[in-house]
Design a protein around this ligand. Structure first.
Ligand SMILES: Nc1ncnc2c1ncn2[C@@H]1O[C@H](COP(=O)(O)OP(=O)(O)OP(=O)(O)O)[C@@H](O)[C@H]1O
Length: 260
């Protein structure tokens, strides 16, 4: 039996479990597979509900989670999906790297689709309230001062590196921004000094962060644009991010190294 969404949260009633949320849900793709799911301040723990003795628990650390989204399904059910990027060993390689893991659950205790959606939203909203979610900017001061949602201007130089920055953005970054609910405006630079002029004249109150997807050259332009403003003392405090899209990416590599 699925949990009644209107019933009191049983998380406090379960023996030994003092979590934030507890529920029993079906797998998003296979209704036959059912899981007990618990969310605490530090982890999402999933255990398959089955009569077999092998009921291994899988726990995902919330410090590897970028966000959680809920949506309605084709019938009366609703879904919530949590997105994790845990460190994992790469295939055929010795190094560790963050790799995407998606956990999607079907919520269908009620006939009323709105009740199901509300329950799915209760889960996704709770995720976003928990303090341990991975913040995209990484560790450090900027991470704690950025507000959520973080309105971001993303500048991509389509010619940087081997001319693949835009492809890297659409292939990797765009989905992560959606998963993390980061509202953004994409600017594809059209010529040299485009970013510099744009940043020099922009209404910066519209943005909480500027992110450059390019090599060091475009970041250099953006910093010059900020410093050329009349309000440069305030403008230069705008959180800046760099995503490696150039050929050398020296600054991005160096920042990554020191954030480890
Ligand atoms: N649309 C564009 N067309 C031509 N030049 C551009 C355009 N957009 C930006 N630029 C200029 O290209 C220069 C080089 O870009 P960038 O440093 O980002 O890439 P890169 O040289 O390939 O990378 P790296 O610095 O890692 O070697 C920048 O200084 C910038 O002024």
């Amino acid at each position: 039996m699925e949990k009644d969404a209107s019933a009191p949260d049983p998380s406090r009633q379960r023996n030994g479990f003092s979590g934030v949320l507890y529920g029993e849900f079906a797998d998003a793709l296979n209704d036959e597979l059912r899981y007990s799911v618990s969310l605490t301040e530090s982890a999402l723990t999933i255990q398959r509900i089955s009569s077999s003795p092998d009921r291994t628990k899988v726990a995902f650390n919330l410090s590897d989670c970028v966000g959680c989204r809920s949506h309605t399904g084709p019938d009366t059910s609703a879904y919530f999906t949590a997105y994790f990027y845990p460190m994992k060993r790469r295939w055929m390689s010795a190094g560790l790297a963050r790799q995407r893991v998606e956990q999607c659950f079907r919520v269908a205790p009620a006939q009323d689709p709105l009740v199901n959606l509300r329950e799915a939203e209760r889960w996704s909203d709770t995720f976003l309230l928990l303090p341990n979610l991975l913040h995209l900017p990484g560790k450090g001061v900027a991470c704690t001062t950025l507000r959520r949602p973080c309105r971001t201007m993303i500048l991509v130089n389509p010619h940087s590196g081997r001319g693949q920055a835009l492809q890297l953005f659409t292939g990797h970054i765009q989905a992560m921004l959606t998963e993390a609910d980061v509202p953004y405006t994409l600017v594809i630079t059209e010529h040299q000094n485009h970013a510099r002029e744009l940043v020099r004249n922009a209404d910066l109150s519209q943005w909480d962060a500027l992110v450059i997807m390019s090599g060091d050259g475009l970041l250099f332009e953006v910093i010059n644009g900020l410093m050329e403003r009349e309000d440069w003392q305030q403008a230069i405090k705008t959180p800046l991010g760099i995503l490696p899209g150039g050929s050398g990416n020296a600054l991005a590599a160096s920042l990554h190294h020191y954030s480890q």
